[in-house]
Design a protein around this ligand. Structure first.
Ligand code: MN
Length: 293
């Protein structure tokens, strides 16, 4: 097991999140390549989360809502609120742009993940899917929701392109259970609320734990009100590059996406009703532009 401290990151203006992936220690868990823990944050007297129009490539954004509501709008014309217990899944493929805004409510609590697309799917058509209902069951006092992939004979409806799994576990009264794992998968577990025990080790929301392939089970104990997110998948074939909101299998692919976004190319149509369009930072590996004379 590898324990990784979450790092603080800013998402939209002044909205801080805990980032579990990517970190210096670990970039991927299966095809999962990004994991932000948003909140829980009280929205009274808080502006909430507002992210202006920005592009994505070669990935899927996966939003899992626990408290509050987020409005998603994208360059396909999608306009969809995601509520607790639901998933918004945006497939960027060759290119998409979107905005995200939290709506008024008491509290906001969500997990936002990215799934890297395999090289064969890097340039598929962009798509957006909303999943209002997901498979749910209880075991040993713990309520489980299957967000992606297959687990324990159940199958989530979410559209994914790699062998992977995502599972939310929470309990009001507390519970402990043994979860079956696939030895060919690697896994990551993120505490979302409360202090929990994983294989007899204490964890809280400040840390993420990575589990290498080869395991057949995981022992988990959650306190009353405890919650965590289990992700996993087959180790991703090859390597990916990431820069800002772009994923690609080569730096050349990302350079092109950067130039296309900055030039306002039709690859990234406008998002209806967007306030502002974010500027991409120049990839650090590109030589700097010649100074204007
Ligand atoms: Mn985004």
């Amino acid at each position: 097991m590898q324990f990784i401290d979450l790092r603080k990151a800013e998402l939209g203006e002044g909205f801080m999140v805990g980032r579990a992936l990517p970190t210096r220690e670990r970039r991927l868990v299966g095809a999962w390549c990004f994991l932000d823990h948003l909140g829980p944050v009280k929205l009274r007297g808080h502006d909430g989360m507002h992210v202006d129009a920005h592009p994505h490539t070669c990935l899927q954004t996966f939003t899992w809502m626990m408290e509050g509501e987020i409005l998603h709008r994208d360059s396909l014309g999608s306009d969809q609120v995601v509520r607790p217990g639901q998933v918004n899944l945006m497939t960027a493929g060759r290119g998409i742009a979107h905005t995200e805004d939290s709506l008024q409510g008491e509290q906001l609590h969500a997990a936002q993940l990215w799934i890297a697309l395999p090289a064969e799917q890097a340039d598929i058509d962009p798509a957006f899917d909303h999943y209002p209902e997901l498979p749910m069951w209880s075991q040993d006092g713990i309520d489980c929701t299957l967000l992606a992939g297959a687990f324990g004979g159940r199958q989530a409806p979410t559209r994914v392109y790699s062998p992977l799994v995502g599972l939310d576990l929470h309990t009001s009264a507390g519970g402990q259970t043994r979860l079956p794992l696939r030895p060919d998968f690697e896994y990551g577990l993120l505490p979302l609320s409360g202090e929990l025990r994983i294989n007899e080790v204490d964890m809280d929301i400040s840390r993420f734990v990575y589990l290498e392939p080869g395991r057949e089970s995981l022992d988990l104990a959650l306190p009353a009100g405890g919650r965590c997110l289990l992700i996993g998948g087959e180790p991703f074939p090859g390597t990916i590059s990431m820069w800002w909101n772009f994923v690609g299998h080569t730096r050349e692919y990302i350079n092109q996406a950067y130039h296309d976004w900055q030039a306002g190319s039709a690859r990234f149509p406008a998002v209806p009703d967007a306030r502002l369009r974010m500027d991409s930072p120049r990839p650090a590996w590109l030589p700097s532009e010649p100074a204007a004379t």
